[in-house]
Design a binder for this molecule. Structure first.
Ligand SMILES: NC(=O)c1ccc[n+]([C@@H]2O[C@H](COP(=O)([O-])OP(=O)(O)OC[C@H]3O[C@@H](n4cnc5c(N)ncnc54)[C@H](O)[C@@H]3O)[C@@H](O)[C@H]2O)c1
Length: 393
């Protein structure tokens, strides 16, 4: 079969745009013609374009008109706007996580601690509805960039579940590190919440995905979430927090510790933790307790490569692993961090979907269920951890 060419453009020029671009350069199932980049921060966009020899667009619409697929790598507050603009022009859009959210009421003194979380659920889901409606009317599709779905360990677990007819009884997992470096992350109004959404969405969506896989494989029908019980805390905003200089602690109005406990429609469970208080590098793992096997997916760190370095300064020019505080002593260095994380695999899958219509594992319905579970979790937390029903899509 002759390889098709996919014309592409990136919206946003920050952290996510960089790893999206790197993943684009590794796509092998299609030819890729990178048309350019557009971002609100035009200086940042110009630098991004210059470094990569691509065009810097002056408007979102001009970029969209030139491409088949748009990478939405902007802050959460702008996901809906960018995605709908692409879908309205019949273009596919790869949307970073979380799909969308509730970004406050627009008032200057909006504060994440001081509004009823039912509102976040209502308006967060209204945003989801608008995006799904735009997708339904479009020739383009939402390709949801949840890299955990495409992480090789999760895809191998998918194979085990499909081939053995496993019943998953409990999934537990975590995404954590010592705090996002992004200044906008500190504000609910830019991120749609705190760590519960920002990091919790990763293990949660992987869990929702694997229960879908299980149901699809055995009965031709995905198993969906039914209720959620959750707690969220702001440990570094407590007066009693003692800053020792290792954990980011300048958050304005967001949670930095969270636990979501999901029951599925078949009565089985998933428990996910997400926090910004964990030292020792990024801590991303998912464990599956099934009726016929048990799997531990160590996304990062893992033991594929272990390096001992007796002196910090030896490694001054060596990148080791995301968010590690020190390079001295033993370090688990992922030999290809992006690969273990699922970044190139998700982008490869999306380009194949765009070019050849291949089905996507991480679609808008999975993303919508994830958002619905997350904002129901915030409602649960407000009620002291009471069980809250989850609307499914
Ligand atoms: N999957 C992952 O592992 C992962 C990791 C980091 C970030 N993310 C996600 O990627 C997205 C971007 O995060 P980031 O860390 O790259 O942020 P960033 O602040 O580094 O970059 C954001 C970019 O968006 C641009 N922007 C903001 N509003 C815009 C608008 N209305 N129109 C056009 N451009 C706009 C800014 O100019 C900037 O270039 C977020 O949704 C975040 O959740 C995902």
């Amino acid at each position: 079969m002759e390889k098709k060419t996919v014309r592409t453009g990136i919206v946003g020029a920050g952290f996510a745009a960089r790893f999206h671009y790197d993943a684009i350069t590794k796509v092998h199932g299609t030819h890729v013609d990178v048309k350019g980049v557009y971002a609100l921060d035009s200086e940042q966009a110009q630098e991004f374009a210059k470094d990569r020899g691509i065009r810097c667009y002056e408007s979102l619409e001009a970029l969209i008109d030139d491409v088949d697929v748009v990478h939405c790598c902007v802050i959460v507050a702008a996901h809906e706007e960018v995605a709908i603009a692409a879908l309205e022009r019949d273009k596919h859009v790869i949307v970073e996580k979380p799909l969308t959210g509730y970004l406050g009421d627009g008032s200057d003194d909006f504060h994440g601690d001081r509004f009823p979380k039912e509102e976040a659920l209502k308006y967060g889901l209204a945003s989801v509805d608008r995006m799904l409606e735009a997708e339904a009317k479009s020739k383009g599709k939402i390709l949801y960039a949840e890299n955990w779905v495409y992480a090789p360990a999760i895809q191998r677990e998918r194979e085990v579940i499909e081939k053995t007819g496993a019943q998953i009884l409990w999934i537990h997992g975590e995404e954590a590190h010592s705090g996002s470096h992004n200044p906008t992350y500190a504000y609910w109004k830019y991120s749609g919440g705190g760590v519960l959404i920002g990091k919790g969405c990763h293990p949660l969506t992987a869990a929702l995905y694997l229960k879908r896989v299980e149901g699809r494989a055995r009965d031709g029908k995905p198993i969906r979430p039914k209720t959620v019980t959750a707690r969220a805390h702001a440990l570094t905003r407590m007066d009693s927090f003692r800053d020792a200089g290792h954990i980011r602690c300048d958050y304005y109005d967001i949670d930095d510790f969270s636990m979501m406990h999901v029951t599925f429609e078949d009565g089985t469970l998933a428990t996910v933790f997400a926090s910004d208080i964990i030292l020792g590098g990024i801590h991303n793992w998912l464990e599956v307790a099934a009726n016929n096997h048990r799997t531990v997916c160590n996304i990062n760190p893992n033991t594929a490569m272990q390096v001992y370095n007796p002196k910090e300064s030896n490694f001054a020019d060596v990148y080791t692993v995301e968010k590690i505080e020190t390079k001295q002593g033993w370090t688990n260095i992922p030999p290809d961090e992006d690969w273990f994380t699922g970044y190139p695999q998700e982008i490869e899958a999306f380009y194949r979907a765009v070019a050849y219509g291949e089905p996507v594992e991480s679609d808008s319905r999975l993303a919508a269920d994830s958002i619905s579970t997350i904002y129901s979790a915030y409602v649960s937390n407000e009620r002291g951890g009471a069980e809250v029903e989850v609307k499914v899509y």
